[in-house]
Design a protein around this ligand. Sequence first.
Ligand code: NAD
Length: 248
Amino acid sequence: MIDFRDRVAVVTGAGSGIGAATAHLLSAAGADVVVVDIDACAAERTADDLPGRAIAVTADVSREEDVDRYLEAAVEAFGAVHLHHLNAGIAGPADPLPDLDVADFDRVLAVNLRGPFLGLRAAFRQYRRQDTGGAVVITASIASLRGSHDLLPYQISKHGLLGAVRGGAMYGGPIGVRVNAVAPGLVPTGLASDDLLQRGRTVPQRRTGTPDEVANAVAYLLSDAASYVNGEVLAVDGGAASVSSVRA
Ligand code: NAD
């Protein structure tokens, strides 16, 4: 049921890491893919490597005009958009709470929260124009599911995404649009620091994950195999979110 022939997919942050892995998987399963990234070279590289039809669009997901532009480019190239992986994100500062800068907070929230909001709104506007159903997956994080003492702006932004997923699911359900999230654990990419990845040893599966393992979950949620899954947050974290770091 993971067959994306005749489907058009937009993947943001697809220049590297998890987004690039999703773009590859969707393309291999038959989708036409719109590779969106703020890094023009990275977007071109991913699009060039895909086995199927693809275009690259350089866009900053935190900017309304850029989000409108990537959607217009997708429709111009392929006629419609059925699947969205709203994935672009940044880690932001790891300073202790009292030392955090408001400008840094705003920057993280702009990319990680306003970006998916703009992407979700643009997706729903396009579904209304097309009069089709569809599916959206947002990349949340295990930082959406539990507290920790570091990366506070990141953590706040990722918790906010749960509202986007649940509100989106409520809105989309009656019109045939499903909205879900994946919550990756520790995955070696450009975003995860070496320090963070050291914690892979404490994960129940005793290792970090791979971008492909997250992409598999994204593809499932976007596919008809998940046709009755809506408003769900699927942890892809080797069990990390389900264990407590506090010993009773
Ligand atoms: P990554 O840095 O490899 O990929 C992120 C991509 O997003 C990059 O190509 C970057 O250029 C792009 N990007 C950054 N800001 C952008 C913007 N404003 N507009 C458009 N594109 C932008 O990192 P990744 O780990 O693949 O991150 C993907 C998503 O996964 C993020 O939302 C991140 O928060 C989430 N995540 C990652 C981990 C992990 O351990 N790697 C864990 C949980 C969640």
